[in-house]
Ligand binder design. Structure first.
Ligand SMILES: [Cu+2]
Length: 130
């Protein structure tokens, strides 16, 4: 598990470097919450998301204290209900870079305690790279 995660991180970093070399303007890394990161009570994540333009090939980067938070990728209905029972994706390293592969909405919540209900949730809309 840890090895697979490390390999994934290395792979993602290699992809980022490769993309940066090929075209420095190509990929943007969107650090969720900017300097505040992925935490509770400090950031309005919908406001933050509205300030960004997410494009295919970009990265969504979650920075947080792994002892206190995690990241679940969920469907819209689960996002709205803060339902963490059937996530599509689960991240817990404290430094998770998610590659945005395709267009459309994506939904993320914190799966710890009641954090999602306290607005530790973010939805983004990924648009085509034109
Ligand atoms: Cu949390």
């Amino acid at each position: 598990m840890a090895l697979a995660t490390n390999r994934l991180v290395v792979l993602l970093l290699l992809m980022m470097v490769l993309m940066a070399v090929l075209n420095p303007t190509m990929a943007t890394v969107h650090t969720v919450g900017d300097g505040a990161g992925w935490t509770i009570g400090a950031v309005d994540y919908q406001e933050w998301a509205a300030s960004q333009t997410f494009r295919v090939g970009d990265f969504l980067d979650f920075q947080y204290q792994e002892d206190f938070h995690n990241v679940l990728r969920v469907r819209k209905e689960q996002f709205e209900a803060c339902d963490k029972s059937k996530p599509i994706g689960f991240y817990m390293s404290g430094s998770d870079s998610i590659f945005l592969q395709k267009t459309g909405p994506q939904y993320f919540i914190c799966g710890v305690a009641n954090h999602c209900h306290l607005n530790m949730k973010v939805s983004i809309n990924v648009t085509a790279r034109s």
